[in-house]
Design a binder for this molecule. Structure first.
Ligand code: FES
Length: 108
């Protein structure tokens, strides 16, 4: 039994102007929205879900990105409704949101 059932890490990395990074694509707002939704759903805490900040996850070309463990599913997203779906479907229900999964070849 792991301490958290699921753990989601959001890349919030910020690079110099002109360089691609998740922070330029709404990552901070998505992170904050996810934390709020996880709390509102009663999922936060031990035995539940942890939402964490992360630095560069080295998949910048697909940014903004987040990864969910223990399944190691990588997501990219556009807006708050995408985050809502990740929370309700995957973090709460264990079902991967296929339409938001980052293509496997996307790297830096
Ligand atoms: S800046 Fe987000 S993965 Fe690199």
């Amino acid at each position: 039994m792991s301490y958290y059932e699921r753990h989601i890490f959001f890349c919030l990395n910020e690079r110099a102007p002109g360089e691609a990074s998740c922070s330029q694509h709404g990552a901070e707002a998505a992170f904050a929205h996810c934390k709020q939704r996880v709390k509102a759903e009663g999922l936060a805490g031990p035995g539940g879900v942890r939402v964490n900040r992360a630095g560069c996850l080295d998949r910048c070309a697909g940014g903004p990105v987040a990864v969910v463990y223990p399944e190691a599913v990588w997501y990219t997203f556009v807006d708050a409704s995408d985050i809502d779906e990740i929370v309700s479907s995957h973090l709460k229900g264990g079902q991967v949101v296929d339409r938001l999964v980052l293509a496997p070849e996307v790297g830096r």
